[in-house]
Design a binder for this molecule. Structure first.
Ligand code: IPE
Ligand code: IPE
Ligand code: MG
Length: 258
């Protein structure tokens, strides 16, 4: 499929990059090898999202629950983030990408925190792809954050769902249109709980290190064909109020009769 032919209506894609550990285990490697291989897939998918003119790509890289993993694994994940940012910095700048981290990074090594804030500042005015890594991130914590922020700024006021949306960690990312999870599990694992209210979901058995640009494009194409109704009905399904909906016992029943 050529890029030119792929029309889509998807603004915000969120990805749960899962299956690294199992991918490595299947190959008799330590789990962390899966993270190493998974990192290069991140670069490919970022490039592709940019080429496809997707507005926002949010990638789940480390959850608040992932702190419970062995220290060595956590350290490898930190190192990979650092290396990724160093390696990709030039490309991010060249491609006008706005880079941000969403989550709590206060426990990351200082040099990684410095690199993150440098890149966030350097890309602050960029107008291309919004690339966000969810790191040290939890969806429930984000909702609590939004409520607390609102209460602090509006004491005594009731919070509405619009208020909650506008007080999230990065409000301008908006709702997620498409949530992809690799690795075969069908769950959301505390990822963007508020923003996925009406997201289309795509679960693939492919483990993250095996995920390709081709599969990514296939998913975008498939999802673009889905009808999103947001609680309404299809535009073509509108009923005139006097239409006959059934005939029972020689009686005609119209919409207005029910
Ligand atoms: C996802 O892969 C990466 C992170 C959670 C950091 P996993 O490490 O969860 O891989 P599996 O699910 O154990 O295979
Ligand atoms: C979700 O994967 C978190 C990330 C991909 C960063 P997990 O592997 O942590 O999720 P569970 O434990 O299977 O729910
Ligand atoms: Mg996992």
């Amino acid at each position: 499929m050529s890029l030119e032919n792929l029309q889509h209506n998807i603004n915000h894609v969120a990805i749960i990059m899962d299956g690294n550990g199992r991918w490595a285990k299947m190959r008799s490697h330590p789990r962390v090898w899966g993270h190493v291989r998974g990192t290069s897939v991140v670069s490919d998918i970022v490039q592709e999202a940019d080429d496809l003119k997707i507005k926002s790509l949010t990638m789940y890289a480390f959850s608040s629950e992932n702190w419970s993993r062995p220290q060595t694994e956590v350290r490898v994940l930190f190192n990979l983030l650092y290396k990724f940012l160093r390696k990709e910095r030039e490309r991010i700048l060249k491609n006008n990408i706005r880079f941000r981290i969403m989550g709590d990074v206060t426990n990351l090594p200082v040099q990684t925190q410095t690199l993150i804030s440098q890149l966030e500042q350097e890309t602050f005015y960029n107008t291309g792809l919004n690339l966000t890594f969810a790191f040290g991130y939890g969806g429930r914590a984000e909702i609590a954050f939004a409520i607390n922020k609102f209460i602090a700024e509006n004491p005594g006021k009731k919070i509405t769902d619009e208020d909650l949306s506008s007080n999230l960690m990065i409000p301008e990312l908006g709702d997620v249109d498409l949530l992809i999870r690799t690795g075969g599990d069908h769950r959301v694992s505390n990822f963007m709980l508020w923003q996925i209210a009406y997201a289309e979901m795509f679960f693939t058995d492919t483990k993250w290190p095996d995920f390709t640009v081709t599969e990514f494009r296939y998913i975008i194409e498939q999802i673009s064909k889905r009808e999103r109704r947001f609680g309404a009905i299809s535009a073509t399904d509108n009923l005139a109020s006097n239409i006959i909906i059934a005939r029972e016992n020689q009686k005609i029943i119209r919409v207005q009769d029910v």
